[in-house]
Design a protein around this ligand. Sequence first.
Ligand SMILES: Cc1cc2nc3c(=O)[nH]c(=O)nc-3n(C[C@H](O)[C@H](O)[C@H](O)COP(=O)(O)O)c2cc1C
Length: 502
Amino acid sequence: MTVSKKETNISDAKKNSSGESPRRALHLGYMYWSNGTHPAGWRYPGAEHSRAFDVDHFVGLAQRAEAAKFDFFFFGDRLATGAEYGYTNTSVIARLEPFTTAAYLATLTKTIGIVVTANPTYYEPFNLARLTASLDHVTKGRASWNVVTGADPRAAQNYSRLEHGDANFRYDRAEEFIDLVRSLWDSWEDDAFIRNKETGEFVDGSKIHAVNHDGKTFQVKGPLNVARSPQGHPVILHAGSSERSRQFAAREADVAFAGVATLTQGRQYATEIRCRATESGRDPDEISILPGLTPLVGATLAEAREIYDELNSLTILDEDVRFGGREPSAWTRGAEGLHGSSEGVPLGYRNLGSLSQRLGLDVTEESIDAVVPLEIEGRLAPAGSQLVITATQRTGRTVGLNLTWRDVLYTYVVGGHVVVGGPTEIADYIESWHAAGAADGFIIQSAFLDEQFDAFIDLVVPELRRRGLFRSEYEGSTFREHLGLTRPQSRFTLDQGIEVSS
Ligand SMILES: Cc1cc2nc3c(=O)[nH]c(=O)nc-3n(C[C@H](O)[C@H](O)[C@H](O)COP(=O)(O)O)c2cc1C
């Protein structure tokens, strides 16, 4: 079945609360972090902290996400680990391999898309094409590959490499890699099998193609040894933020997983991706721009803020909160993961000295519980000013009145894209980004599990539906159909000018 345009494929979201129509469908994915995204999420009373290897846990969540009609359930991945993640991101310190996990999940879900993260720097194209095409068969058309160039450079040491490589090396490789994978996916035409018991013909050899790739990095003859999969091309996600990442997303991605945290950043990112997509000859409407979002949900705004404060109070700061003091190796790598920076951050970054660097203002002489004075206005670097604004939004406290340096430090340490609110405020936030063209939806993450997952599903999703923003039923059965995307024709039949109706 083919669903053509984004704005026509949503069954019950034709008008928004201001009565405008038509508009683009809102898409929601769920990204699984076994202990949530908040660095202290696992310590919250009643929160899960020990189920990363318990398949029943993520299966239960995925089934509930499917019942709530989410577009997809998403497994991130990294190819190295270290003990410091025990302080910074306990969800990534040790976890199941995503293809294995996704194949298991496929058998226990029916409609929800399933996203697996794989880094082309450390795979062979043939190997990855086989895994993804197989997963697309196993899921009956629900598979997706999240292409990342790698958050943890220590991966090189696990793959017999001297180094991780710089961004240009990794993106050059990724671009050649994905083009080759698409050729391998297409190397079997859809009707290549004859299976005629009477004549003895099993396949039509003219419909099975060698890819004969002879590129800068890869030399692959093909064809693939997996028949063309239900979606033809499994859905491509891409997560990243740099210039090369944006170029890659605009050219290659069906879903751009954006690491943006303010509406201004979101608008800029979306505009840039759509312009670059047009420049590459693509229809920009074919790309869904989905920023990651951790909604910190309470029954009311006040309750949500209490939860946020409690989580922060469980977050470990440096022993010397002015200048640091924790064993330096405790923070080095995991901190990169939290802030998405390959530059690294100062050792022992959970202190006022490190905060001062972000603010562009020395606050090391301040008492951590002192109120942030009004006089800071105009004295902060742009990133510092944004940090203070974000701290006021999350806590509801005010500069010059009751917002403290501690609140700002927690905002810095927690990082990410967090919105704190009751169902109305969270739905307002989602609706405003969507209406502004800054997002086609969000990749929802939970600060901790399961309570925060349940709160989003039980409180926010119904509110989005009440506003006519989010679907009540799936429009199709494959992941491409959830996104309003057609099934691509094989590049080998395109080359021959053959029109194939899907
Ligand atoms: C929103 C987002 C999600 C990411 N998820 C992953 C992931 O699951 N695994 C991984 O190895 N890298 C992940 N990354 C890191 C990217 O792979 C990349 O290494 C990093 O963003 C630096 O590259 P860039 O400068 O091109 O963005 C993610 C990055 C972003 C922005």
